[in-house]
Design a protein around this ligand. Structure first.
Ligand SMILES: Cc1cc2nc3c(=O)[nH]c(=O)nc-3n(C[C@H](O)[C@H](O)[C@H](O)COP(=O)(O)OP(=O)(O)OC[C@H]3O[C@@H](n4cnc5c(N)ncnc54)[C@H](O)[C@@H]3O)c2cc1C
Length: 565
């Protein structure tokens, strides 16, 4: 078979590309995806069903390598296996992040990537439904300037938004703790308490995943085709005229009955298999760290040590409290905190002390990842990250305040970890089983942020007026975390409950090659003339947002680059 573009993965980003590139009827687009059509799966469509798809056949059900910060246990790690990818199983939270975090992309060698260039795409992808009067009474608020109305991704507050007084109690308690209402979290400043919109079609009452937004409306196009299969590697046209970039001519893929087939792409090969899978396809195709490739018997065609490195994931911790009330409905309430919020009077001292530790942290992270990315490079990136935290005051922690029946819940995570891990191929055969090593919390500052967020999340339930609803602390295993818990008690709790936040980024970073980048600012893989990565792998730094709001914008922009090249 022959097409113009072949896309590996019909996920969140892959389907944006598929839609945009097939707008030209003369261009033939093929997408290879191992997952099924899930448009009638109630675990996907039902807007109240978040978590029900986890552990089912539409979840890859990966596990991490043993994590020292989690008692050396391997931890379940979810990702979507479906037409629509992880957008079919995610929490549907639509939050973009802090402006300065996007501006930092430009400092990493990505000309033209900053908040001002990406924000128009964020609005372009969106079709926002303003909250009804009843929803506004239940806490939904917005600034119309921050939202798009004509895009493919419908966003809204759900009709299931919890009404009654819970919202006011929570908002007032956060206010009493010093976190004012942020009336709309999507304008590039996340700090404060907010009620967030979701990627859903409110009036139809269904999840708006990538397939509903970008594929089903155009699935009849004769020039667009989804093929069921798993991409194993890129195939190359000419190997290798020295000094010339490699030209891909298609991919090899495995069918469900394990036949190996090939498809030819006359223009480009586009990898959109997600942050834990696109690096594996690159490695299997001879692009990566020669030490890893050799170990797997793969000839190195392009030495690119950053493939699979720079992986940044956030640890997620949950606290529960039994309540005097029993509530139904969704409570999408988030509070974002800066370092100044979390460290109060100690802020300046902590800024100075952490600045002095950056080179030590860089050494530690480099060593933990076998020295593949040097300490010197990591220190440069850490300085940028430190400036974001302590000079630009971006938010560094998110805590979600929610309720499920008579259990009050706080789920919290540090947003910008200094800890970094990797994802690599375990063996040539193991294309579906990545070695995911997030190296959670290997930097003590990350643990300090997670602990201080935990204390903040806990303090909410002791703060008037919401404290009236609380009966007692209910932790997994029946243990109690006292209000004045020591650092050691918090560490033990965070370790025993360590879970992913499922926002992996950076494993094929868009950065200069010197910093360990894998793709350039047009998302083209260094050393190739026609292979791009377009998915969460390319996001070079973690952010104070949830990823899809950014990824849809990145993919729309990538589609323009591809069309114009
Ligand atoms: C449990 C959970 C909750 C989340 N909650 C939120 C949230 O509330 N809000 C938010 O914004 N983000 C959330 N996220 C994160 C967000 O959904 C993902 O970051 C995003 O969807 C990733 O998009 P992607 O295009 O990089 O990859 P994906 O959407 O994962 O797409 C990758 C696709 O490639 C396919 N694939 C894999 N390997 C191959 C191969 N070798 N060949 C061909 N195809 C392949 C996969 O099956 C998949 O369809 C959540 C994630 C999880 C797991």
């Amino acid at each position: 078979e022959t097409c113009d573009y072949v896309i590996a993965g019909a996920g969140t980003c892959g389907l944006v590309l598929a839609n945009r590139l097939s707008e030209d009827p003369n261009v033939k687009v093929a997408v290879i995806e191992p997952g099924d059509d899930v448009r009638n799966n109630p675990n996907v469509t039902d807007v109240t069903a978040f978590t029900l798809a986890l552990g089912t056949e539409i979840d890859w059900q990966y596990t991490t390598t043993p994590q020292p910060a989690g008692g050396n246990k391997s931890i379940p790690f979810h990702a979507g296996k479906a037409i629509g990818g992880t957008s079919t199983i995610n929490g549907m939270t639509y939050i973009r992040g802090d402006k300065a975090e996007f501006d930092a992309w430009e400092y990493l060698g990505n000309d033209g990537w900053n908040w001002d260039t990406l924000y128009p795409y964020m609005k372009q992808v969106e079709r926002f439904s303003s909250p009804t009067v009843a929803q506004q009474a239940a806490g939904a608020s917005f600034n119309p300037e921050y939202h798009g109305e004509d895009g493919a991704v419908t966003t809204a507050f759900p009709f299931e938004l919890l009404n009654g007084t819970f919202h006011e109690l929570v908002q007032q308690s956060w206010e009493n703790l010093g976190y004012p209402l942020n009336p709309d979290v999507n304008g590039g400043e996340t700090r404060g308490f907010d009620v967030w919109p979701q990627t859903l079609n409110r009036d139809a009452g269904v999840r708006q995943d990538a397939a509903r937004a970008y594929y089903y409306p155009v699935e009849q196009r004769p020039n667009l085709k989804i093929i069921k299969g798993t991409v194993t590697k890129i195939t190359w046209a000419d190997i290798v005229e020295s000094g010339r970039p490699l030209l891909a001519n298609g991919v090899e893929y495995q069918t469900p009955d394990r036949q190996t087939l090939a498809i030819t792409a006359t223009r480009e090969v586009l990898l959109s298999a997600g942050a834990v899978r696109s690096p594996l396809i690159l490695e299997r195709s001879g692009i990566g760290n020669p030490a890893i490739l050799e170990k797997n018997g793969i000839e190195t065609l392009i030495e690119l040590n950053g493939v699979g490195e720079h992986l940044q994931e956030q640890p997620n911790t949950v606290l529960g409290y039994s309540s005097t009330v029993n509530l139904t409905g969704t409570a999408p309430f988030a509070t974002f905190a800066t370092a100044r919020d979390l460290f109060g009077d100690e802020y300046a001292a902590i800024a100075a002390a952490t600045d002095a530790k950056l080179s030590e942290w860089a050494r530690k992270v480099s060593e933990a990842n076998s020295g593949v990315i040097s300490a010197c490079i990591l220190e440069k990136i850490f300085r940028l990250q430190h400036d974001l935290i302590f000079k630009k005051n971006v938010t560094i922690g998110e805590t979600i305040t929610s309720v499920s029946g008579n259990i009050l819940v706080s789920a919290f995570w540090l947003l910008l970890p200094f800890s970094r891990g990797s994802v690599h191929l375990k063996s040539v055969e193991a294309i579906n089983d990545p070695a995911i090593d997030p190296e959670y919390l290997i930097i003590d500052f990350d643990l300090a942020v997670q602990t201080s967020l935990g204390r903040l999340s806990q303090e909410l339930w002791f703060t008037d007026p919401v404290s009236d609803l609380v009966v007692s602390n209910v932790l997994p295993g029946g243990s109690i975390l006292p209000r004045n818990a020591t650092d050691a008690q918090w560490t033990a709790f965070i370790s025993s409950t360590l879970a992913p936040n499922h926002h992996p980024v950076g494993s094929a970073s868009m950065m200069s090659r010197e910093l360990g980048g894998v793709v350039d600012s047009k998302l083209k893989v260094y050393g190739t003339s026609n292979v791009r990565v377009v998915d969460a792998s390319v996001v070079p730094l973690q952010m104070s947002g949830h990823l899809t709001a950014t990824l849809y914008a990145v993919a729309e922009r990538a589609a323009e680059f591809i069309k114009n090249s």
